[in-house]
Design a protein around this ligand. Structure first.
Ligand code: NAP
Ligand code: SF4
Length: 678
């Protein structure tokens, strides 16, 4: 396949230095920062991304002081001793012909610790800590701490710094009246509120001279009430340029905003219009960002003139070699970030090191290299079941040199991913399947589809090892009426596209119950201009920017396609086990579509009229046309039993081993690790 990403590979000349292409790896906190041996791990992590061809890397946020910590003892740069540790990172990146800037992040009132500070003593809705208001001299000291931090970054060999001015962190808090009620020279008029970031940029420029990259991350869309107005943003951008910044990066949405900005259901490139609004207002390059995950999308955004550069962060967790693959015209080999957040942001919010659902190697490079270096003999391996676990195992084992045959009774690879890809907002799973297919071909995995597997077939293939990844079967209900035609399993509903009536009850509110509701209610993700505008309107984003923060006063209500009641037996919030950073989006999306959510009940029986439930000792009928069963899964492990009975040793992975709470992340991880241990 031939591609043309001409714009993407144009170098960017900054006068004193040049960036080899138009892509920066955006800042991401990975958790390696605080791990034992973290600097060595970060050196390998960033070094690999530099080797993979990205133009410029921006590190995860580094605090200029203790008060700026994201959480207790998180990474900071305040001493020569710390600078020497950073040197390991910059050395490896430079050895791999990359460039790297360190992000200076003062978390302000988002700091999850008792020493957090802010322009005013106003607690954020997403933290339990009330910040201390900085005194005027405290503000000046904070400016100095940024400058000192930049000086140490320079000493550590960084090519520049990114000053984090968005996402609702300290600098952003100074800019808006919502969080800045100060009466001194840093509060009141916009001119005063801008002083803090401008003094930081001027200070860094003065300290380090002209040949040091300063990127300023400017919040172009706060998505909170009383946020910056567009006129203020333009003024700030011009002043930031005057103060000495070389590049302006785009920040979208405060962390407390209630608009999805990076989840998989956000259309690709949904926010590049904001950067485009600023194009022409300043003469330094502008970077755009958020949900850009393919070279095609990135190149087309540049072609449309929406920005001078593209920032992608998570796509470099999913594939360190993204840029090289795009350059070599093998972009179909890119392992695409599906925007799930499951192994990256969700891990960070649970104080775990980030990785990637589609690439478990991410942030564990040293561990994987150690596993890889083990001497192994080539084996003939039969894998039964081409779901995520079986696919991950097959590809990884074949890469390690084994001769792999992958068998599935279905006519296509993918297992449960074939259901997920049909759910509105989960279309990115198509990309993972494309990637796996390309890898199966590349590493010569023999794939036998439409093939029912039994012990005789396996014997006939005479393998050295057998891997059972036969997945799961949907749990059936055993209550009275469960076999009525109105009762449908989620599997049949999605694979056979069975039509349903206007009133639907969903039994089970796990990931699949929520997916089924989205499948029935919502339209597929559409990244055309029209689709993006619809998404923005649905979530209350005002593209006309009538008010500060760019939120609409009222969102338009659509009549839902059907009336859904979603049920679970246990008491408490529905979807409590959904992703930490995405669960709220699923719940909010369904509420907008009028879904009724009920918890703390039992199921009594199903009749022609609907479902009888019992809540607090009272029987009630929920009148409906259809009942969809999403009551979890059971392991499909019959083959395993047959193999055991025939004395054929085997390895069992994925849902076939443990159906409860197994998800794609665990399945891919299990498959990958088994490949290294066989
Ligand atoms: P699940 O998350 O375990 O949810 C099963 C649901 O069925 C629960 O709401 C449970 O709640 C109910 N249930 C269990 N046994 C039942 C029974 N005998 N009768 C009636 N209800 C019963 O399983 P899933 O939804 O099938 O998802 C499978 C896996 O895929 C999970 O690990 C899930 O996290 C993952 N997944 C995640 C996402 C996502 O994060 N967006 C999407 C899809 C799938 P009660 O017992 O309280 O009724
Ligand atoms: Fe992307 Fe999901 Fe991987 Fe995070 S875990 S980098 S969102 S694919």
């Amino acid at each position: 396949m031939s591609h043309n990403y001409e714009k993407l590979f144009q170098p960017l000349d900054l006068g004193f230095t040049s960036i080899k292409n138009r892509v920066i790896m955006g800042s991401m906190h990975t958790g390696l920062e605080e791990e034992k041996g973290g600097y060595e791990k970060m050196a390998v992590f960033y070094g690999e991304r530099a080797k993979g061809g990205v133009g410029l890397i921006v590190t995860g946020g580094v605090s200029p002081s203790i008060s700026g910590w994201v959480s207790p003892f998180s990474i900071k740069l305040t001493s020569n001793h710390e600078a020497r540790k950073h040197k390991r990172i910059t050395d490896v990146v430079h050895k791999n012909e990359g460039k790297i800037c360190m992000q200076i992040l003062h978390s302000g009132r988002y700091g999850y610790h008792p020493f957090c500070v802010a322009p005013s003593k106003i607690k954020s809705p997403i933290s339990k800590f009330t910040p201390r208001a900085l005194s005027t001299s405290g503000v000046r000291r904070t400016v100095k701490s940024f400058v000192k931090c930049a000086r140490l970054a320079h000493k550590a060999g960084y090519d520049g710094v990114e000053v984090m001015g968005s996402e609702g962190y300290l600098i952003n808090e100074f800019l808006v009246t919502k969080t800045n009620k100060r009466t001194d020279e840093y509060g009141g008029s916009y001119e005063n509120r801008m002083k803090f970031p401008l003094e930081i940029i001027k200070g860094i420029r003065k300290e380090l001279g002209e040949e040091f990259i300063i990127i300023y991350r400017l919040s172009m869309l706060d998505l909170v009430d009383e946020g910056s107005t567009w006129a203020e943003i333009v003024t700030l951008a011009k002043e930031v340029q005057k103060a000495g910044a070389n590049i302006i990066n785009t920040g979208i949405g405060w962390h407390e905003a209630r608009v999805p900005t990076i989840a998989t259901s956000v259309p690709r490139g949904a926010f590049s219009w904001v950067t485009q609004r600023l194009m022409g207002e300043v003469s330094i390059p502008l970077i755009t960002t958020n949900r850009i995950n393919t070279p095609e999308k990135a190149n087309s955004i540049l072609e449309k003139g929406h920005a001078d550069m593209i920032s992608m962060a998570r796509p470099f967790l999913a594939d360190a070699y993204f840029m090289n693959k795009a350059k070599e015209n093998i972009s179909e080999e890119i392992n695409t970030c599906i925007g799930c957040n499951q192994a990256c942001l969700d891990h960070i919010f649970k104080q775990k090191t980030a990785s990637c659902l589609v690439n478990p190697r991410a942030c564990r490079e040293i561990e994987f290299d150690t596993l890889k270096s083990v001497n192994r003999t080539t084996k003939k391996i039969v894998v039964v079941g081409a779901g995520p676990a079986g696919l991950a195992f097959s590809v990884e084992a074949a890469k390690l040199g084994h001769q792999v045959t992958l068998v599935d009774r279905s006519s296509e690879i993918g297992g449960q991913f074939n259901l997920a890809k049909k759910v509105a907002g989960k279309e990115e799973f198509h990309e993972t399947l494309r990637y796996f297919q390309v890898m199966l071909d590349k590493y010569n995995v023999e794939v036998l589809l439409n093939t029912n597997v039994n012990v005789d077939l396996i014997k006939s293939l005479s393998p050295d090892e057998v891997v059972v990844s036969t997945g799961v079967i949907p749990r059936k209900l055993s209550i009275e009426g469960a076999s009525l035609p109105s009762v449908i399993s989620y599997y049949d509903l999605i694979t056979k596209n069975i039509p349903v009536g206007k009133k639907v009850v969903i039994i089970g509110a796990g990931g699949i119950g929520f997916d089924v509701a989205e499948f029935l209610l919502h339209e597929p993700m559409d990244d055309s201009e029209e689709g993006i505008n619809q998404f923005l309107a649905d979530w209350g984003v005002d593209t006309q920017y009538k008010h500060g923060g760019a939120l609409l006063e009222k969102t338009e209500k659509h009549a839902p396609k059907c009336e859904i009641t979603l049920l679970q037996r246990k008491p408490g919030k529905l979807g409590a086990n959904l992703g930490k950073t995405t669960g709220w989006i699923h719940r909010a999306g369904l509420k907008k579509s009028g879904v009724t959510m009920l918890a703390g009940l039992t199921y009594e029986k199903i009749t022609e009229e609907g479902l009888w439930i019992n809540q607090k000792g009272e029987s009630k009928l929920i009148v409906c046309d259809n009942i969809i069963i999403c009551a979890g899964q059971l392991p499909a492990n019959k083959l395993k039993e047959e193999l055991d009975n025939s004395g054929i040793s085997n390895h069992i992975i994925g849902g076939a081993r443990k159906a409860a709470e197994l998800d794609a992340k665990a399945a891919i991880e299990e498959g990958t690790f088994l490949a290294y241990s066989i």
